[in-house]
Write a protein that binds this ligand. Structure first.
Ligand SMILES: Cc1cc2nc3c(=O)[nH]c(=O)nc-3n(C[C@H](O)[C@H](O)[C@H](O)COP(=O)(O)OP(=O)(O)OC[C@H]3O[C@@H](n4cnc5c(N)ncnc54)[C@H](O)[C@@H]3O)c2cc1C
Length: 426
C-alpha cells in the first residue's frame, strides 16, 4: 500500500467530513405543539404508559426493547408497519455491534443475510489502498468487524423483538403533534389505523421520527439544512471482488461507494450537491450515472456499478442534512436518532451513536422507580445531553492521534469503549 497515497485519501475524506461537521451550527425553526387546553376534553384517564415513543425505526424499536426490559410500559407509535425500503442505515460499524450487544440485541443482525465487512478499499486516480478495521485484542466481545445489510430487514426484526415483550404496545398510527401543558410535554395526538384522531399520555415522550421529523422543529427550535444528496440504487445478483471491503472511490463531484448489503445485492451510491441533481423522471440521472460517474469507477467495479442502472433499478435520493444536537427547553420530552442529530453518511456512524444514546438514556432512567416525577425526568434529560456530549469530546482527540482506519471508521472498539465506559460510569 502506498502510504503517501493513503494519507492523501484519508486527509481528503477527513477534511470532507470535518467540513460538514464544522457547518453543523444551530438552525432555528418552528412547529406548533397542540395546546393542552385543546385536548383536555379528549383526555380520558391517566397515562397508560411510562413512555411514548414516536417512530419504530432503528432507534424507537431498540429503545422500546431496552426500556421494556427494565419494566417500563412502552407505547410506541409507528406510521407504517411494512418493512421499510430505505437507502440508509445499511452499514453498522464494529462499535455499533458492540452497542447492540450491550442492549442484548446482538442476534438481530443474524438471519437477515447481513454481510461481514472488515474494512475498505479506497480508489483514487488509478491507485488503490486498503484500510482494515484495527484488530483490537483488548476485550472487544467479538471480532471487530462491521455488518452491512438491508436496513428494512433489520428494522423489522427490531420491531418484532420489541413488540414480543408484554409491556410494549406497538401501534400503527401517525403522530400529529405533541401535547404541551405549561412547557411540559404530556403526550401526543395521533391518527390511528382506523383513521381516528386520538391521544396518548405518558410522563416521558421520546421523539424518534427520523430525518424527516415533523416534531423536532417544535422542540429544538431549529431547522435542518440540506448540504448534499446521496443518490443510490441496488445492483442485484452480483458479488464484489473482496466483498468484505467497502469500496470508496474518490470521484467528482464527491465520493462514490459500493458495498455488499446482501450475499448478492450491492449498494451503489454517490454524492451530489444541491442545484446539481439531475432529474430521475426524465432520464437525466441515468445518463449522468453512465456518462459522468461510471467512467470514474475503476474498471473492475464498473460492470457491477452499471448493472443496477442497466436493469432499471429504482434510484433513490436522500438528503444529507446538517443539524445540531440541541436540548429542548420543553420538559418531559427527548429527541433521539436522526431527528436529533445527523452525521455525514460517509462515516456510517448514525446507528452506532444512536444505540449509544439509547444506552446512556436507559442507564440514567434505571434508578428511577417510576417516571412520574417531572423534575427527575428533566434532570435525566439534562444529564443525558451532557454525557453524550462528553463522550463525543473524549473521542475526538483520540481519533486525531490514531491512524488511517481510525479516521475512516471513527468509533472502533477501543476508542468507543473507553469513552463510553467513562461516560456511563454514573
Ligand atoms: C442517506 C443516509 C445514509 C445513512 N447510512 C448510514 C449507515 O450506513 N450507517 C449508519 O450507522 N447510519 C447511517 N445513516 C444514519 C442512520 O440511518 C440513522 O442513524 C438511523 O437509521 C436513524 O434511526 P431513527 O430511528 O432515528 O430513524 P428511522 O430509522 O428513520 O425511523 C424513524 C421512524 O419514524 C417513523 N415516523 C416518522 N414520522 C412519524 C410520525 N409522525 N408518526 C409515527 N411514526 C413516524 C418512520 O416511519 C420510521 O419508521 C444514514 C443516514 C442517511 C440519511
Amino acid at each position: 500500500m502506498d502510504m503517501a497515497f493513503t494519507h492523501v485519501c484519508v486527509c481528503t475524506l477527513l477534511a470532507f467530513v470535518l467540513t460538514w461537521t464544522l457547518f453543523y451550527d444551530t438552525n432555528r425553526g418552528k412547529k406548533a405543539t397542540k395546546s393542552a387546553d385543546a385536548v383536555v376534553e379528549e383526555r380520558k384517564d391517566g397515562a397508560a404508559a411510562d413512555v411514548i415513543i414516536v417512530g419504530a425505526g432503528v432507534g424507537g424499536s431498540a429503545l422500546a426493547y431496552a426500556l421494556a426490559k427494565d419494566g417500563r410500559r412502552v407505547h410506541i407509535i409507528e406510521r407504517d408497519m411494512r418493512e421499510p425500503e430505505r437507502m440508509m442505515g445499511e452499514f453498522m460499524q464494529p462499535g455499533g455491534r458492540f452497542m447492540l450487544s450491550k442492549l442484548d440485541l446482538q442476534d438481530f443482525l443474524e438471519g437477515i443475510d447481513a454481510q461481514k465487512a472488515t474494512g475498505m478499499a479506497v480508489y483514487k486516480d488509478g491507485k488503490e489502498a486498503v484500510a482494515s478495521f484495527p484488530v483490537d485484542n483488548n476485550k472487544f466481545p467479538y471480532d471487530p468487524s462491521a455488518r452491512s445489510f438491508h436496513n428494512g430487514r433489520f428494522v423489522q426484526r427490531l420491531r418484532q423483538k420489541a413488540s414480543s415483550l408484554p409491556n410494549v404496545r406497538l401501534e400503527e398510527g401517525t403522530v400529529r403533534s405533541l401535547i404541551e401543558e405549561k412547557g411540559v410535554i404530556k403526550g401526543v395526538t395521533y391518527k390511528n389505523s382506523a383513521g381516528e384522531e386520538t391521544t396518548a399520555f405518558a410522563p416521558l415522550t421520546v421523539v424518534c421520527d427520523g430525518c424527516y421529523s415533523n416534531l423536532r422543529r417544535s422542540l429544538n427550535d431549529n431547522n435542518a439544512e440540506v448540504l448534499s444528496y446521496q443518490v443510490g440504487y441496488i445492483s442485484r445478483n452480483c458479488q464484489l471482488e473482496e466483498p468484505e471491503k467497502l469500496k470508496l472511490i474518490m470521484s467528482k463531484p464527491s465520493f462514490t461507494m459500493l458495498y455488499q448489503i446482501g450475499s448478492t445485492d450491492v449498494r451503489c451510491v454517490f454524492e451530489l450537491f444541491p442545484n446539481n441533481v439531475p432529474s430521475i423522471s426524465n432520464g437525466e440521472m441515468v445518463n449522468f450515472v453512465k456518462n459522468t460517474i461510471a467512467p470514474q469507477v475503476p474498471s473492475k467495479l464498473r460492470e457491477i456499478f452499471l448493472k443496477g442502472i442497466d436493469e432499471g433499478a429504482h434510484i433513490k435520493v436522500m438528503p444529507t442534512k446538517k443539524m445540531s444536537a440541541t436540548l429542548s427547553d420543553k420538559k418531559g420530552v427527548i429527541v433521539l436518532g436522526d431527528a436529533f442529530n445527523m452525521r455525514h453518511p460517509a462515516i456510517a456512524s448514525g446507528m452506532m451513536v444512536l444505540l449509544s444514546d439509547i444506552l446512556i438514556l436507559r442507564r440514567l432512567l434505571q434508578p428511577l422507580s417510576n417516571l412520574g416525577d417531572a423534575q427527575k425526568i428533566s434532570e435525566v434529560i439534562k444529564s443525558f445531553y451532557d454525557i453524550r456530549k462528553l463522550a463525543t469530546k473524549m473521542l475526538v482527540p483520540h481519533l486525531k492521534a490514531e491512524g488511517v482506519s481510525q479516521m475512516l471508521f471513527p468509533v472502533n472498539a477501543a476508542a468507543y469503549r473507553k469513552s463510553y465506559m467513562a461516560a456511563t460510569a454514573l
